[in-house]
Design a protein around this ligand. Sequence first.
Ligand SMILES: [Ca+2]
Length: 429
Amino acid sequence: MKYLLIFIVLYIFSASGQLNECYNKKSCSECISSSPKCTWCADKIYQFGEKKYFQRCNYMEEHLEQKCQNISSPNSKAQVKKALPLQGETRVSPQKIHLKLRPGQSVDVKVNVKTPVDFPVDLYYLMDLSESMGDDLVQIQDIGELLATQMKSVTSNFRLGFGGFVDKPVNPFTFVREDELSVRREDARKKVTGKMAQNTFSYKNYLSLTEDAKQFENVLKNDVNISFNVDEPEGSLDALVQVMACKDQIGWRDKKKARRIIIITTDATFHFSGDGIIGGFVKPNDGQCYTKDGWYSGWDKFDYPSLSQIRKMMIDNQMVPIFATTGNTDLYQQVAAYFGDASGAVAQKLKNDSSNVVPLIKEAYEKIAKLVSIKSNAPNGIDVNFKVKCKADGDLKDGSLCDNIELGDEVIFKAEISASDCNIAKNSR
Ligand SMILES: [Ca+2]
């Protein structure tokens, strides 16, 4: 009796068509988007007796057996619409591809990328100006020309900018009483360049990106001044958001026209989201630009940002961080690892007085320049899997990134693209 029951249940499932995923589809589009196995019979008459109709959506072999004359079974395909050769400013080919995707049936697309030998570089130097960085400030006052000369060997178009940060200028992050401030200003002056230290500030853009290396040196010698604060972690993440968000004020060139690099020099740890509450700042950082006349004016409106927020902004904006640190280097190496290969982040140790900053920047830049990666911004419902061939005589392997390639070399990416959803336009932005 038990066996008989199982047999009956199976029979009913089969008879109602539940085992054939194609059955009972009302239109050709509903049919072919339901499964790559389903095909549609478009014959005017498709029946085997009076009022006995074949299923119009069915497997190909069923339709053939039933002598269907017009079977629709379109396949996914990729059609290259524009493919300028890789020369001059054209670094990716093809430039335009039309895809027709049938759900469940993938299509392969090949993309060639050529690494530029000489590519413009925008480099923004973001420096911790708290008291312990005084000797570093003295050391880097003369590096403008040297940095420009060194970078000329890797790019003929180099621009440099400078910004400084300390922390939110409020208790308990720093002193607020005038008598305490005056003592600290004097202390810092004695330790550093003879110039009176400035009160704690959050972030200041001292010099927007410029080709004039002499101007960089002049600003460092004449305008930039050391400061002080109380607690060890600093407001570096507050500053980083402003550097990335204030594109016009910093003067960043378009990400397609220049490599954009931010050097962060510090010896301290950093405040992150949640820390602001001890100063009374609970509103989450919104990642927007609040820098006016060079000064970050939103420090008392928002909490510090989170590391994941910084990571997203860096990857979205293609701004590569180089952490050049005289202390807490292990921490920054972990941060760079968290940012991941796609961010290009680098963390290296500086000598205590920053004297090796120029070779370190050049080395880090070369590492970044030799890294090529690809990422997909396909909407929900489209899956993209990458394979990559990093060298002409190399193998195609899973991944979307090549490092340490020769400048001027070509990298080949193969993207396997498939659709799992036919309502992409409706379901995504
Ligand atoms: Ca601090």
